[in-house]
Design a protein around this ligand. Structure first.
Ligand code: SF4
Length: 411
């Protein structure tokens, strides 16, 4: 059925529902009519697909989801879950309370998946998943002591300190990434801070300009920044700066002792003030509680602006790090994190990042349903292994995903 006809069918069914309800007659029959119309919509999906590939505008008037469970099928008198309540009034809020976010996170997982998915469709094209590539341009020897990181000089791991990659290698990697379908190229340097690294910082500025010139979004993670450095990055054409909060303020000291949560927020503020998009998320599986995960999401969701990107990582335990014996988190925890992030920061790109290597296609599909809309492709994620590129392309084919175009619009 063509889309206008579909729209007419749904509208007619909704009108019939309204009329039936107004007359207080046969509400169950009216609900059935709506369901029939929606069933028609589902069957017509192949024809409607092509028209839905354009990104959905945040302001687009999308009808609310058919969220009410018909009385004749409901099995008990339970109240709607927090996921249902907050998702139905989906809006961009900055005044979330921790209790509200905790209640969403604790919602029954099938409810959480359904409602985060509906929010996702209100703000994003659900078939579009951005492929990004992350390259370590300066590996190892970092003076920070992040417990999860094999690049810290405080941990005895197999990762050795090396010099910055030469420019031709960095640019060749970006070119390969673009040819393989990536639209964002991220460069990571294992530095506590970029301050006092004039020569190397200048090289990074040059990489940014060159890679931006290839038509890709460019992101960097270089440690703490001065306001002046943030400005220079902006002028070089940087799209986004990654600076993860990792976990809650309360749990932070268990994971990192060489910097504070406020150091982190300070750099995030400088990045935002320079007009660069903020990429900030965290890692689950560090031994934190659910309340810590919620605490981190609460900090991000109550910033003056939500991060443009929220990476959700699951720990990849690396031998030699203090967290080497940490048990992997269940996939459901990852799904809860993604879904909750999607509901409380609906415009953000939620990036399924480290730990994806442990997930099969069905598990990744659930993550995309929950609201993840970006993955990292390529051989490595900084120093740890990543999913096979061919398997990723097969996943895109099987799930009907399309690559997201680069967003080269200035902030
Ligand atoms: S996560 Fe970054 S800051 Fe922390 S030790 Fe690793 S490279 Fe250094």
């Amino acid at each position: 059925m063509p889309r206008p006809a579909l729209a007419r069918a749904v509208t007619a069914a909704v009108a019939s529902t309204t009329a039936a309800t107004t007359r207080r007659a046969a509400p169950a029959a009216a609900a059935t009519a709506v369901r029939r119309a929606l069933l028609h919509t589902t069957r017509a999906a192949p024809q409607a697909t092509e028209a839905t590939t354009a990104p959905t505008s945040a302001a687009a008037p999308i009808p609310p989801p058919p969220s009410m469970i018909p009385n004749e099928v409901r099995q008990d008198n339970r109240a709607p879950s927090a996921a249902a309540r907050f998702a139905q009034s989906a809006s961009v809020r900055y005044d979330w309370t921790r209790d509200e976010i905790q209640a969403i996170y604790d919602s029954p997982v099938m409810d959480l998946l359904y409602y985060s998915s509906t929010v996702h469709r209100q703000f994003h094209d659900p078939r579009a998943v951005q492929q990004c590539t992350l390259l370590s341009i300066k590996t190892g020897g970092c003076s920070e002591d992040c417990s999860y990181c094999p690049q810290s000089s405080k941990h005895a791991t197999s990762v050795k300190a090396s010099k910055m990659l030469p420019e031709d290698e960095v640019l060749a990697a970006a070119k390969r990434a673009k040819e393989a379908g990536s639209t964002r190229f991220c460069m990571g340097a294992a530095w506590r801070t970029a301050a006092g690294r004039k020569t190397d910082f200048k090289k990074v500025l040059n990489h940014i300009t060159e890679i931006r010139g290839m038509g890709m979004e460019v992101c960097c993670t270089l440690g703490m920044l001065t306001a002046d450095q943030a400005q220079q990055l902006k002028e070089a054409g940087l799209s986004a700066y990654n600076h993860n909060l990792d976990t809650s303020r309360e749990y932070y000291g268990n994971i990192i002792t060489t910097r504070t949560y406020d150091d982190r927020l300070d750099t995030i503020g400088k990045v935002r003030d320079a007009g660069i998009k903020v990429c900030s998320g965290g890692i689950i599986g560090l031994g934190e509680s659910a309340a810590d995960r919620v605490g981190m999401l609460h900090t991000l969701a109550t910033l003056p602006e939500h991060p443009e990107s929220v990476p959700v990582n699951a720990l990849v335990a690396v031998p030699g790090t203090p967290l080497e014996n940490q048990e992997p988190v269940p996939v459901w925890d990852l799904i809860r994190m993604i879904a909750t992030a999607r509901i409380v920061m609906p415009r953000a790109m939620v990036r399924l990042s480290a730990g994806r290597v442990r997930l099969g296609m069905p598990e990744q599909a659930l993550c995309f349903m929950a609201g993840a809309n970006s993955i990292f492709t390529g051989d490595k994620l900084l120093t740890t292994g990543n999913n096979d590129w061919t398997a990723d392309q097969q996943m895109f084919d099987t799930l009907g995903l399309i690559g997201l175009k680069p967003n080269l619009v200035e902030n």
